[in-house]
Design a protein around this ligand. Structure first.
Ligand code: PLP
Ligand code: COI
Length: 343
């Protein structure tokens, strides 16, 4: 498969928005989703009284599409994004977008934008942003009468600047909690409410926040846009178990990779902040973050440095990273059903 690619400096892309030629749109009216299709219009017009604008009845997903070593265009576990968005929609009293429709819409919009899919070896990928919102007017606090599902795509590079330079995190004084088992709910997960907290941390020279559980402020939860993994002194991978973090597909995949590809022991459990000094490596994991190593975490009692250091990823984190990205780029055989070949 060879296509004329757009003249983009792939290797130097950051995690930014670069509009591509096509986006997908489907509208739910009078109790049913329409057939949907592609549009070249990147602008959204809706009522001033739309449920999305007034009561934040809106959610999104995030996944990536890659060019593999053998020149296929593939998506990584998009069925899990479709399923998570389905659950999120139900929680927000929105009509769920059917999983099979989500997958065929993905195929359609990626195929139309294939000239924007970064080539193998560039380190970049096509980020896919499905989102849904109450587009109908509603003034009483109630679900909107009409919904829109859209997918836009944008070629992206690394989420954190500086490659794999370990990050400095600040334990946040602010709360952040996701409604049980759901995905990217903009109001519920407090993406907007996290902006202030994130900027505060950055002003103080940190790269990101580490959020604790809101109820007891004892357990490690997640960051603004990623989950956590840690490695213990005896080489065990541990990752927070909590109903109030986003159920990361990357984290779920890394648990399998650690167990089945690397033969490591994995524990998904509550992790106390006070356990930090016992870890030798740590990382942020997510679609955008992939695995970004943690260098230090600053708590009220001072800065805790992880033994893996401030220069590079720890060895187990690196093995996880190499295996996961190998599966995504087709250099390592994927578990059955993880890779959807689109083109
Ligand atoms: N946590 C939050 C708050 C996120 O926004 C994301 C991003 O998607 C993740 C975790 C990671 O989830 P996933 O691995 O499914 O991308
Ligand atoms: C993702 O990793 O897809 C995210 O959603 C993170 C952030 C850009 C919101």
């Amino acid at each position: 498969m060879s296509v004329e690619k757009k003249p983009i400096d792939w290797a130097n892309l950051s995690f930014g928005y670069l509009p591509t030629d096509w986006r997908y749109v489907s509208v739910y009216k009078h109790g049913a989703w329409d057939d949907g299709g592609l549009t070249d219009d990147p602008n959204v017009v809706m009522s001033e009284c739309a449920g999305a604008l007034q009561y934040a009845q809106t959610c999104f997903e995030g996944l990536k599409v890659y060019t593999t070593v053998d020149d296929r265009i593939v998506a990584f576990r998009p069925d899990l994004n479709a399923q998570r968005m389905y659950e999120t929609a139900k929680r927000l009293v929105m009509p769920p977008f059917p999983v099979d429709r989500f997958l065929s819409a993905l195929d359609e919009v990626v195929t139309a934008n294939k000239a924007f899919v970064p080539p193998y070896g560039s380190g970049a990928s096509l980020y896919i942003r499905p989102y849904m919102y109450g587009s109908g007017a509603i003034i009483g606090v109630a679900p909107a009468p009409e919904y829109t599902f859209r997918i836009f795509t944008t070629p992206v590079g690394p989420y954190f600047k500086g490659g794999v330079k370990p990050l400095r995190l600040l334990v946040s004084e602010y709360d952040r909690a996701a409604p049980n088992g759901t995905g990217h709910i903009k109001a519920g997960l407090n993406y907007a409410m996290s902006l202030y907290a994130g900027l505060e941390a950055k002003k103080q020279g940190f790269d990101e926040n580490m959020y604790l559980d809101s109820q007891t402020r004892t357990y490690i939860e997640e960051t603004g846009g990623a989950n956590f993994i840690f490695v213990t002194k005896d080489g065990k991978v541990v990752t927070p178990k909590s109903p109030t973090i986003l159920p990361s597909i990357t984290r779920r995949s890394l648990i399998s990779v650690a167990r089945e590809y690397l033969g490591l022991e994995v524990e998904e459990r509550k992790i106390e902040l006070s356990e930090l000094p016992e870890f030798v490596e740590g990382g942020l994991c997510g679609t955008a973050a992939v695995i970004s190593p943690i260098g230090s975490v600053t708590t009220r009692d001072g800065e805790v440095f992880l033994p893996s250091g401030m220069k590079e990823m720890g060895p187990i984190t690196k093995k996880l990273y190499d295996t996961l990205t190998g599966i995504q780029y087709g250099t390592i055989e994927a578990p059955k059903g993880w890779i959807r070949t689109i083109v």
